[in-house]
Design a protein around this ligand. Sequence first.
Ligand SMILES: [Zn+2]
Ligand SMILES: [Zn+2]
Length: 307
Amino acid sequence: MDFKAFGWQGIELKIPQDWELSEETGSYKQGFIRFDDTADPRLRISWRVLDKYKGKDPAHEALERTKKEIEKKDKGVRFIRETKLKISDHPSRYVHWRGSGERSLVEGCGLFWHCPETKRGFASVFAFRTDEYWNLRLAIQRVVRTISCHSNGPRLWTAFGLNMNIPQDFHLLERQYDLKCLHLLFSSAYGYFMIDRYNFGRSLKKEDRDLTDWFERNCKKKIERLFKCSQWGKIKKAHFNDHEGFLIQAFSKRTVLQRTKSMSESRVWHCEDKDKIYVVTTVRELEGHSETEDNLDAILRSVVCHE
Ligand SMILES: [Zn+2]
Ligand SMILES: [Zn+2]
């Protein structure tokens, strides 16, 4: 079974190739992700900052709470194995249960741990049918071994085939997923990073003469509104990931509230290999630090549109 790297809100792990992110909510402090394979939900991970935590063993408490919830729904459930494991160097509690019903996903296992580095408590729950367990067992073990809940470097963010490495001081401000477009906006104290990836690039471009017309009609207003930019620079031809595209800058007016001018830079290209149009925008203060530029450049370099 092939595996792929996945990252979201500071959690990184390897998942089987046919598992996809099917739901995500919340933030770094409290959130939830779910992965499905082609047939069923397979893994749920939730987390939350335990600010006022004073208990002895948060993992044990979470385990007991979850067992009670499962018993409430299924009186005949059996807990067939309980043990301690290490997740990302943290002690963790593991439980495997078998439901009594005839429903499709009656078996599961859960892992609970506390990450002192990020002050977050984690719960992850795998779901499967009894007859699937022996096939899935090794995959689950591998997923568990690869879970990482803290790191010092940039964080991996994965969304529908897109991987990015983003410094820790950026947080996810906006996200939108639909058939036409994937939109992610990250913000930090010193700048923004935004990626808009449009599906069906060829048919989108057809309505307009070329990519610059398409950008004018579809993206300019959004960038002006989000980043208060109004003065547009000239279009410059550029190459991104082997594709010919263009770079365009826009500047904000200096206002009473904004002490310094800021500049947005959008890189626009059509990835013919995957038929997607990318609009990747960074925003920083014009008189900002060179470190800001380095950080934003590092994110840009991590965006790969095709292998
Ligand atoms: Zn951790
Ligand atoms: Zn490409």
